[in-house]
Design a protein around this ligand. Sequence first.
Ligand SMILES: Cc1cc2nc3c(=O)[nH]c(=O)nc-3n(C[C@H](O)[C@H](O)[C@H](O)COP(=O)(O)OP(=O)(O)OC[C@H]3O[C@@H](n4cnc5c(N)ncnc54)[C@H](O)[C@@H]3O)c2cc1C
Length: 508
Amino acid sequence: MRSGKRVAVIGAGMGGLAAAIRLRLMGFDVEVFEKNGQIGGRVGRLEESGFTFDTGPTLLLMTDVYRDLFKAAGRTLDDEVDLMPLDPNYRVHFGDGDSIKVSSNLPTLIPELERVEPGVTPRFYRFMEDACMKYRLGRSEFVERDFEKAGDFFGPRNLKLLLKTKAVNNYYKSVSRFFRTDKLRQTFSFQTMYLGLSPFEAPAVYALLPYTELAEDGLWFPKGGMYELVLAMGRLAADLEVKINLESSVEEIVVDGGRAHGVRVNGETVGADAVLANADLPYVYRELLPSSAGARDFRFKLRKREKLLYTASSFMMYLGLDRELDHVSHHNVYLSSRYKENFRQIFAERRLPDDPSFYTNVPSRTDRNAAPEGMESLYVLVPTPHLGENVDWEHEGPAFKEKIYDLLEERAGIPDIRRHAVYEGVKTPQDWLSDYNLEEGAAFGLGHGIFQVGYFRPPMASKAVPNVYFVGASTRPGTGVPLVTIGAKLVAGRMGREMLGLKAPVGA
Ligand SMILES: Cc1cc2nc3c(=O)[nH]c(=O)nc-3n(C[C@H](O)[C@H](O)[C@H](O)COP(=O)(O)OP(=O)(O)OC[C@H]3O[C@@H](n4cnc5c(N)ncnc54)[C@H](O)[C@@H]3O)c2cc1C
């Protein structure tokens, strides 16, 4: 089915790919322009010396979102990707050397919680009940809605729901009502870092994150890594005749007479009836649209674009080790002994933390193909501030890397790690900026404070240039692979309504 309308998509991240598939299913002719030589954006893959790493996301949650996308195209996700449930989800290591195995399996989890905090079980169940309400209402009323008009967001029903769920209370204080020990408060609060947010500043609604891991659909690992999901989407897009151009950086959205007429790539204009920007939204306003568009679209917003707040970023190490790590899990979280101070240094002081928390992922523990025999692929993510004047990565980066090697020896129990690292890859916030045009090098995009979510988050359609739309982490509903995939459905639905007069997206 072809409508005769053309859409140019800027970026082949998960948002761009999912939207391209949905738009094509509606009958649009879709052409995607991706600056890099690989699709998937932040959901990237690195293959070196026999080691395979996912370079960004490693936690697969809310698989119903991807199932829904494939179903819309008449496919079944499980035929395309080998999804493996993980148990345990991960091990959390505390600053004093103690650790806890976090599992979706209650007979495993409850004794672990009781060991750390005797008598906690009824309070844990109350936490889950509260988090479940936040998840259910948050998802249906706030995440899976577009808020085209202010009235859609500010209606009495929504205000009542916000009060009922105490969604805007402080996250850490809210978690502390259920757990008495610092250890369990930390175990159920660090997850806000998935959104690049401090639990000491995040709204309580994000209790839905630990809930999603433990209940609902749980935590999954696609055999071969997260990139298998990208490859499956790439195959689907190709079957649907979505044209994807790699190494094709868009230089400008061509605007004339208040409307977009296409995109300029390699000095040539490619015409389109609408442009869908998957590249980071603040970058698109700054670099690809006329400055008058940003000025107009952000005039009535609470904060002007220049004052938007950004998520944290991350320092990454991808290590190929010539030894096995029998003692570590697939996912491991190492929390700083100065948990709160670590967040303060990242978010308030915006400097490199002295005693950083960090996360490791060892895919070869689950999938032996991820590393040569007898070896291991080790992915290390260390939350850091986004780019700013307080960190000089050129000078501080090398010493920070050595600090992380020391921590891997001391806390992850990998002695003499430098000698075992036969491959080393490193990424700093500067690389997040140069690789993907992420504004401020913020690995997770725009922040998710209370005034940058829901109706307050930059919308999916420009008012200044009405046929320019957005999809991805820095527009609605927010960051994280499932959320941008939901956003793709919302924006495709809107484009179908506005451009083709369709009532609902195909497969909805
Ligand atoms: C280290 C890390 C770990 C993460 N872990 C998780 C996790 O475990 N689970 C999870 O759900 N989420 C996780 N996330 C978040 C998740 O990766 C993002 O929210 C999501 O992938 C964003 O997708 P996107 O489509 O919005 O953007 P992107 O992936 O950034 O895609 C945008 C694309 O646009 C391209 N582009 C930019 N400028 C241009 C241009 N001028 N012309 C053409 N193309 C252009 C970019 O190259 C990129 O490919 C993580 C993120 C990071 C960085």
